[in-house]
Design a protein around this ligand. Structure first.
Ligand code: PMV
Length: 327
């Protein structure tokens, strides 16, 4: 038996624009999802996942592994047990985490060297097969972990530290593919205006990169506020998100915005340390739920195993260019 875990994620800046090739900033959170895998001798895949609504992503990840790695599942079977610190409702990316952790667990269980870049690519293929749309930023966070700048298909650079975010959950589940399609429809109607918004969001990501590298949270907050205005223009905010965001700002946050596709899920805020509690109280006042998470969690990793493992099957950690504080 091998147990592998992968982290959930939060989008810091750049959502929606990243679907159209612009960069974004994402951090892995310390709430994780784990996959325990062992061989079974009946040639079947057994999935025990009481916390997840459906097992499409696990099933697709299993098929993808056996198809691409040329192993015949009929010679052996596999038993998978999925456990998670978070539900699929909060928008921390359970589908990506489960795809990534399943692929890494299978690679180790079946003694197949697969590096992190390949795990990322296979899991991204699984998402595209199922959802058709998506930038893959959530898969990058689950695979590589930490806090990274990401551009469709590849992590661009990383940071040596995370961001002290305050996270509020709206209580409503958002449907990411629907929101992506709504933005696509708006872009089809107003191509120039929407492209200008994406460019503006992209500029704010580049500014945010420097703010994170130098730990200038006040400036990062400003980029978050500005981004939120563009996201509102794109039509992806919601009343609940807006009241949590304005509550956080009134309580002293430097900045606040939705995180992810919008429509529900979570918002994030950044505030001076002595205002943190006030901001959290304001989120509760606005009907939200404060999530106890820290950022910059490690990417997919082995938690335990009861058999010897060749180091290559752990995957070679990718070295991503480290952003430095501007001098
Ligand atoms: O809803 P989430 O947390 O999966 O985030 C979606 C972010 C988008 O940019 C809208 C889509 C994507 O795949 O990048």
């Amino acid at each position: 038996m091998i147990t592998v875990s992968a982290p959930g994620k939060l989008m810091i800046l750049g959502e929606h624009a990243v679907v159209y090739g612009r960069p974004c900033l994402v951090t892995a959170v310390d709430q994780r999802l784990s996959v325990s895998a062992e061989r079974s001798d009946d040639g079947k895949t057994h999935v025990d996942a009481p916390q997840v609504k459906e097992t499409r992503f696990v099933d697709a990840a299993v098929s993808k592994f056996f198809q691409t790695k040329g192993k015949a599942l009929d010679q052996t079977g596999v038993r998978l047990k999925i456990r998670s610190d978070f539900t699929h409702q909060v928008g921390f990316g359970s589908s990506s985490a489960v795809s990534v952790a399943t692929l890494r667990a299978l690679a180790i269980l079946f003694d197949t060297p697969v590096d992190d870049d390949e795990i990322f690519q296979l899991a991204y293929d699984v998402t595209l097969d199922i959802q058709r749309v998506g930038s893959g930023f959530d898969i990058a966070a689950a695979t590589y972990g930490g806090t990274i700048a990401y551009q469709k298909g590849r992590p661009v650079s990383s940071f040596s530290h995370g961001v002290p975010l305050i996270v509020g959950y709206t209580g409503t589940k958002a449907d990411t593919p629907t929101l992506i399609r709504e933005v696509a429809a708006k872009r089809a109607l107003y191509p120039e205006k929407v492209e200008r918004i994406f460019d503006a969001i992209s500029d704010l990501v580049n500014q945010g990169k420097k703010s994170i590298a130098s730990g200038d949270w006040e400036l990062l907050g400003k980029a978050m506020n500005f981004t939120q205005e563009y996201l509102r223009d794109l039509g992806v905010s919601s009343e609940k998100l807006e009241s949590m965001i304005s509550g956080a700002k009134k309580a002293g946050a430097w900045g606040a915005k939705l995180s992810g596709a919008g429509g529900g899920d979570c918002m994030i805020a950044i505030a001076p340390e002595d205002k943190r509690e006030d901001v959290e109280n304001a989120l509760v006042q606005a009907g939200g739920i404060v999530m106890d998470v820290t950022t910059h969690s490690r990417g997919v990793r082995v938690e335990s195993r009861d058999f010897p493992v060749a180091p290559a099957t752990y995957g070679v950690p990718r070295t991503i260019f480290l952003e430095q504080a501007p001098s």
